[in-house]
Write a protein that binds this ligand. Structure first.
Ligand SMILES: C[S@@+](CC[C@H](N)C(=O)[O-])C[C@H]1O[C@@H](n2cnc3c(N)ncnc32)[C@H](O)[C@@H]1O
Length: 207
């Protein structure tokens, strides 16, 4: 994800920007598979129990399909129409019932307030303007049922600019600690090679 050129601030990271990236070619962030740290978590003996789940910025749908395969009732949300189309095809091919909704994640409220046992994300937080981070943390909190869990795989690089906009573990603890109990926030040893040493897997519980 190289830093794009913007014609104006209003264009920054709009659905048109992301849609253009999907239409141009296979987007560089698309692993073509679920993220290995999420596979490890959701297929381990101590995996979270299946529940109603929203995957934010679900892209081509690999992580949402993984969860559906593990018995989760999943809806993936993305505002790029090509991402929704790809993800829907992936779910059909995998013969799982994951649903995909084309919508701006910030427009999920009030319709989906307190609807989910889990909010899951992978490279959605880092795709947003950093000025939206407080609003994002509040969104995640409001989407969750009481005691619901937020599970995020964060891109913790420290290069300037973005997307992907990096974040540091202390910053994540401070931001999400205002709304959640931090169950764990650990570096991952099984990230893909070009993100190794630059990802943290976080598990947070709504409080
Ligand atoms: C870097 S991509 C990651 C996609 C997917 N999670 C993956 O790892 O392949 C970020 C995704 O978030 C979506 N996105 C960014 N901002 C969004 C917003 N405000 N509402 C809905 N989707 C958004 C983009 O369309 C894009 O598909």
């Amino acid at each position: 994800m190289a830093t794009p050129a913007f014609s104006s601030d209003r264009d920054r990271l709009s659905s048109d920007f992301w849609e253009g990236r999907y239409q141009a070619d296979t987007p560089p962030w698309d692993l073509g598979q679920p993220a290995p740290p999420l596979v490890r978590l959701f297929t381990s003996p101590g995996a979270p129990a299946p529940g109603k789940t929203v995957v934010l910025g679900s892209g081509s749908g690999h992580d949402a399909v993984l969860l559906a395969q593990q018995g989760f009732d999943v809806i993936g949300v993305d505002f790029a129409p090509s991402a929704i189309a790809k993800a829907s095809r992936l779910a059909a091919t995998a013969k799982v019932s994951a649903q995909f909704l084309q919508r701006d994640i910030f427009d999920l409220l009030p319709e989906y307030e307190q609807q989910f046992d889990y909010v899951v994300e992978h490279t959605c937080f880092c795709a947003l303007e950093p000025t939206l981070r407080d609003r994002y943390a509040q969104l995640v909190h409001q989407l969750l049922k009481p005691d619901g869990h937020y599970i995020g795989l964060f891109f913790t690089h420290n290069r300037p600019g973005g997307p992907p906009f990096g974040s540091q573990p202390d910053e994540l603890r401070q931001l999400f600690g205002r709304h959640f109990q931090i169950l764990s926030l650990e570096p991952t040893a099984d990230s893909i090679s070009d993100r190794l040493g630059e990802e943290h897997l976080g598990r947070f519980q709504k409080c």
